[in-house]
Write a protein that binds this ligand. Sequence first.
Ligand SMILES: C[S@@+](CC[C@H](N)C(=O)[O-])C[C@H]1O[C@@H](n2cnc3c(N)ncnc32)[C@H](O)[C@@H]1O
Length: 371
Amino acid sequence: MKILVSAPSGLEGVTKRELYKLLNVDTKSINGRLSLEGDILSVALCNLHLRTASRVFIEIGSFKAQTFDELFDGIKELDFETYIHKNGKIEVYGSSIESKLSATTACASVIKKAICTRLENYYKSPLNESGERYKIEFVIRRDFVTVCLDTSGEGLHKRGYRKLVGEAPLKENVASALIDLSFWKGDKPLVDVFCGSGTILIEACLMARNIPSGLNRDFDFLHYKNFDTSFFEGLKQEAISKMNDGKDLKLIGFDINENQLRLARLHAKNAGVTENIHFQQGDMRNFQSRFNCGVIISNPPYGERLLDTNKVNKLYKDFGKMFETLNGWECHVLTPVTNFERLISKTANKKRKVYSGKLACNYYSFFSKKC
Ligand SMILES: C[S@@+](CC[C@H](N)C(=O)[O-])C[C@H]1O[C@@H](n2cnc3c(N)ncnc32)[C@H](O)[C@@H]1O
């Protein structure tokens, strides 16, 4: 079957690399989604292990439609019974871009009606929808409809350790991609001097300890009655056997706000990594280290809700001064502040466009030859 993997905007390349490492497949990128051929085992592996992906879908079909009648008829032709059990609860959501059918709520009801009609004919009884959930996602792009089964259910950034959110927290899969792009592999100290609720450090720790990102959460596909997913527990046990205790890791979180640190400690506890991360209250301006070599990965406050522009400018200038004192260190900063390099008086070796939710940011990397 055709599997589609979505990733945060700007980070598809990182997810593509992850997929290659995980399944040894070269994926095609179509409209921001990575496409591969696979089976239910591939679906399980992707959901359990992909740290940077957003969701894993099975494509059910695609066709052209410009009217509601064409949409209804196209959906009715697709093989939903392979996936959806007769008591399945069907939820339809989706989007439409540059298409005649632009009213997404109306499209969702037509699609649901067509799916139910098809399934009622197949199962020869009315559907009662009392069973497990099947999330059906549609995308209409230039009058071309693609219909998928969302096997993740909740977005994959939800690992299960973050119940409460801090101030402007990063999504876990975006944090994980930032770590990947820094090339940090667990061998050097890693510091987040604006750690907030701890996402970057926790994700770094999960990665370095080989703890699967989906170990402590549920996925919709595990409840699908038409598939045998009894192998999943074995898959988890195999992954657990490859985990390490990370006792040599040096992970340090700094934040000025004690409430944020309280959250960070709670999240680290939920993720089972309390022993590996040291959280400390302090102003980034006072950060010093006894190590000659290390990596900073941070997303500082950026104005709007969190700070006014003058304060942001001052904070970023001071960040530049603090970083100057860490001779030999590397640093990677995600921020929407476009004059960041000017403020810290340093030109990045690499600058990438990355979206944090809907917010367009740049990810600035300052590598070091000494480190
Ligand atoms: C954008 S948030 C970081 C969010 C974090 N990545 C997360 O996932 O929760 C910025 C953080 O910087 C902290 N902060 C602001 N000024 C600071 C300073 N001078 N020194 C250290 N931390 C500071 C704030 O308390 C806030 O938690």
